[in-house]
Design a protein around this ligand. Structure first.
Ligand SMILES: O=P(O)(O)OC[C@H]1O[C@H](O)[C@H](O)[C@@H](O)[C@@H]1O
Length: 284
């Protein structure tokens, strides 16, 4: 990894985040000295395979895809980055851009007659106790564009069995561990003690995760990202992944914010922005 590949945002309160231009993948967020984000010690940083951890960006397809690799191409393309700047409240921010290239055109064409022209912008802002990520898609084509997208958050946790996730009770979810069947959540808080891979639909704008890094809580606040995926591979699946340590699964939980249960469709010239904010609450 060279310094040119990494954009770093810093605050004076011992907080920082690092974003790799490969996939515009944020792979570290230290909040007041505490790393909040999980990255596997086995992750490749070779600009070939997606980074295993952090916040990979899933676009233009969540899951297996006929036209290209699982979870699309945004996480395996090198994005352009601009100089680190400040938002209106002087918080450090970084902007990344990705447009269609020869490579994306090979994978993503429109009814196999012409490629799709798009512009992606990703804005990362480091605030006090908080990290904001805005994902923007602009359809610069003359035909409509349909896609799914997701911010694939990997949270670092001391013990995944102690973590609770709020805001899912009563919601419908697709359970990928049980053949993709639909179920209704009946727990006030979701906890994890085995392989979990669920797509919760029409979730509220806020989830609270308790017992994450440093014993803190994280509040996920999201807009235009109506679905929430909860994933932990557990022992057997972890062992089958070459870029994930066999014993690392208790130290992570993915709670992902996305537009995945159905496609987002943009008319020509239309813009979409899906945003999330992660806020750390110290437990006193
Ligand atoms: O191994 P990856 O392609 O990075 O996917 C990792 C995981 O992403 C999501 O959470 C999906 O719901 C899972 O089914 C998938 O296993």
């Amino acid at each position: 990894m060279t310094t040119k590949d990494v954009v770093t945002l810093e605050r004076s309160d011992n907080s920082s985040c690092k974003i790799h231009v490969f996939g515009a993948t944020l792979y570290s967020w230290i909040n007041k000295g505490e790393e909040m984000i999980f990255v596997s010690s086995k992750s490749h940083f070779d600009k070939k395979k997606a980074i295993r951890g952090g916040i990979p960006i899933v676009f233009p397809n969540f899951g297996p895809w006929d036209l290209g690799p699982q979870h699309g191409f945004a996480r395996i393309m090198s994005w352009n980055s601009t100089e680190v700047s400040k938002d209106e409240s002087s918080n450090p921010m970084a902007v990344f851009n990705l447009s269609d290239t020869e490579e994306t055109r090979k994978m993503w064409n429109f009814r196999h007659v012409s490629w799709i022209t798009f512009q992606l912008t990703y804005i990362v802002t480091l605030l006090e106790d908080s990290l904001k990520t805005d994902f923007i898609v602009k359809n610069v084509d003359d035909k409509q564009l349909g896609f799914t997208c997701l911010l694939h958050n990997y949270f670092k946790v001391p013990d995944v069995t102690k973590v609770t996730v709020s805001g899912l009770n009563g919601l419908r979810y697709k359970d990928k561990v049980r053949g993709g069947e639909m179920f209704t959540e009946n727990g006030e808080l979701v906890t994890v003690s085995e392989n979990i891979d669920r797509i919760y639909q029409d979730t509220p704008s806020e989830h609270i995760l308790k017992q994450v890094a440093g014993g803190c809580s994280i509040v996920i606040t999201k807009t235009e990202l109506p679905d929430t995926v909860v994933w932990n591979p557990w022992k057997e699946n972890a062992a089958s992944m070459s870029d994930f340590g066999d014993d690392e699964y208790p130290q992570m939980l993915c709670v992902e914010a996305g537009f995945v249960a159905k496609q987002k469709v943009l008319a020509s010239d239309e813009k979409y922005m899906g945003s999330q904010r992660l806020t750390v609450k110290q437990v006193v």
